[in-house]
Design a protein around this ligand. Structure first.
Ligand SMILES: [Zn+2]
Length: 79
């Protein structure tokens, strides 16, 4: 699923391979509140860093992917 989110974001949003998102506990807590879904990176941790989309994809960052899908949902024009 992750590559699909990224492909969608790159095509339809103002997202580029160097778009920055932060992977940390705060981001995870925001996602948990929004979706009642706890997300961490592999092994249960976080990068605790700001990543580009390229890094997020290369390092299989779950938070980056979840934030990207969150941003897609948030920015969908209402129909
Ligand atoms: Zn991460």
């Amino acid at each position: 699923m992750k590559p699909l989110y990224y492909a969608f974001a790159l095509e339809n949003m103002e997202v580029t391979p160097i778009s920055l998102l932060t992977c940390n506990q705060e981001a995870a807590e925001m996602l948990a509140e929004e979706y009642s879904w706890t997300v961490t990176d592999y092994g249960g941790g976080y990068h605790d860093d700001t990543l580009t989309l390229r890094q997020g994809l290369r390092e299989s960052c779950n938070i980056y992917a979840a934030l990207t899908s969150h941003n897609i949902i948030e920015k969908q024009p209402s129909r």
